[in-house]
Design a binder for this molecule. Structure first.
Ligand code: ATP
Ligand code: MG
Length: 168
């Protein structure tokens, strides 16, 4: 089944200069990158992304982690991977949530750690299932930022919206 999945290289991955290594590992999946960008994560985006974790005792720390506050590096690399079995392939190569339980040759097994405050710093995020992938991709990307037509779109005319453009 052709699928797409949201992949995030989390702030620890960027701080540890693991981007190249992670992309190399991900290329083993033979999937295609359909979108990629570096994101300055807002609190709103972080809380929406992890909305299903709200009741967890580590929610506050988890938000600090994805915001980059634990690593003093407020950025995340967001990507959409596309192709046959994308969700399963990405979850497999990412490894188990707990980096200590993850297969040592998975990305999380190789590069993750558990912090002293107990948060799993596991370097990478990959969507769990198709519904979550759709929710997350739509949260992190605008339709025009993805090279494929993945989900239905509609055209709207937006008036009086302030945005930055390059100075002439
Ligand atoms: P992600 O959504 O980041 O890809 P996941 O789907 O494998 O990870 P989730 O259950 O969605 O796991 O948890 C989201 C994130 O919360 C994990 O990646 C990890 O950083 C953190 N986390 C999850 N469970 C725990 C836990 N028991 N203790 C500490 N941190 C945890
Ligand atoms: Mg998850």
């Amino acid at each position: 089944m052709i699928q797409q999945t949201l992949v995030l290289i989390k702030p620890d991955g960027l701080k540890k200069s693991l981007t190249g290594n992670i992309l190399t590992r991900l290329s083993e999946t033979k999937l295609e990158i359909a979108a990629a960008k570096i994101v300055h994560v807002s609190r709103e985006l972080a809380e929406e992304h992890y909305c299903h974790m709200k009741e967890k005792p580590f929610f506050k720390e988890l938000i600090k982690y994805i915001l980059g506050e634990l690593h003093k590096r407020r950025k995340v690399m967001a990507m959409v991977y596309h192709g046959e079995g994308a969700i399963r392939k990405l979850r497999e190569i990412a490894g188990a949530t707990n980096p200590e339980e993850a297969d040592p040759i998975s990305i999380r097994g190789a590069y993750g750690r558990i912090t002293t405050s107990g948060i799993y710093e596991n370097v990478i995020h990959a969507s769990t299932n198709e519904a979550e992938a759709e929710r997350e991709i739509k949260l992190w990307f605008e339709p025009d930022e993805i090279i494929y037509h993945l989900y239905p779109v509609e055209e709207v005319t937006v008036k009086n919206v302030k945005k930055k453009v390059w100075k002439k």
